[in-house]
Design a protein around this ligand. Structure first.
Ligand code: IMP
Length: 204
């Protein structure tokens, strides 16, 4: 598909943890991995879409156009079924720009305080978009199901991990090792699919 194989892939994030995770996933691909801070890119792209896919495509396309590089961007969040999918695409922002993960989790638990365990089901979703500077774009997605607990458990991970209970493991995401979480998580699933897609695009 590429007119000539790209030698560099831009990961569209300022988060070094995400970069490390994607770097190790893509280590054996014939492409060098870079990220916004390493390229000195300070363009901010507003996540104004109403779905994870729209936001991932917005970011990947804008940074690919801006940088001239093949670009990988993701968007993710939590959908709670008893709350009609809230907080969804606003998972990172629903409590305002200065709130912490703990603040956002406390609001979620407050909203669910009268909801019984069997109705506290939730889905984490992630979409990865791959875009080229000339405007082509592909997406992959992944999801993982769990139950929102009444109170946090565990100290690993980030975001809503301490209240996201995985019945098969009888632990929360915050009680899994990064390796265990990556094997079953929405982001791990979407990223492994994007890796396969990229591998194919690089060899076409
Ligand atoms: P983003 O895709 O990095 O913008 O993340 C969106 C938001 O969704 C994060 O700030 C978290 O609140 C939530 N989120 C996404 N993935 C996870 C996860 O794996 N664990 C916990 N929270 C997550």
């Amino acid at each position: 598909m590429p007119t000539h194989p790209p030698d560099k892939l831009l990961i569209a994030t300022h988060n070094p943890g995400k970069v490390r995770e994607y770097e190790s996933l893509l280590a054996d691909l014939p492409i060098q991995i870079t990220w916004l801070d390493a390229e000195g890119i300070d363009l901010e792209v507003e996540e104004s879409g109403s779905t994870f896919a729209e936001n991932a495509i917005l970011k990947a396309s804008a940074y690919a156009r801006h940088s001239g590089l093949w670009t990988w961007a993701d968007d993710s969040g939590l959908e709670v079924e008893a709350l009609d999918g809230w907080p969804g695409v606003n998972s990172a922002r629903h409590a305002g720009p200065h709130a912490s993960d703990a603040d956002r989790t406390a609001i979620l638990l407050q909203k669910l305080k009268d909801v019984p365990p069997e109705k506290r089901t939730a889905v984490f979703r992630c979409v990865v978009a791959l875009a080229t500077p000339d405007g082509r774009v592909w997406t992959t997605s992944g999801s993982s199901r769990g139950i929102i607990l009444n109170e946090p458990r565990g100290s690993g991970g980030f975001g809503y991990d301490p209240v996201f209970w995985v019945p098969e493991y009888e632990r929360t995401y915050a009680e899994l090792s990064p390796h265990e979480k990556h094997a079953i998580s929405h982001r791990g699933r979407a990223a492994r699919r994007a890796r396969e897609l990229l591998l194919k695009l690089l060899s076409d």
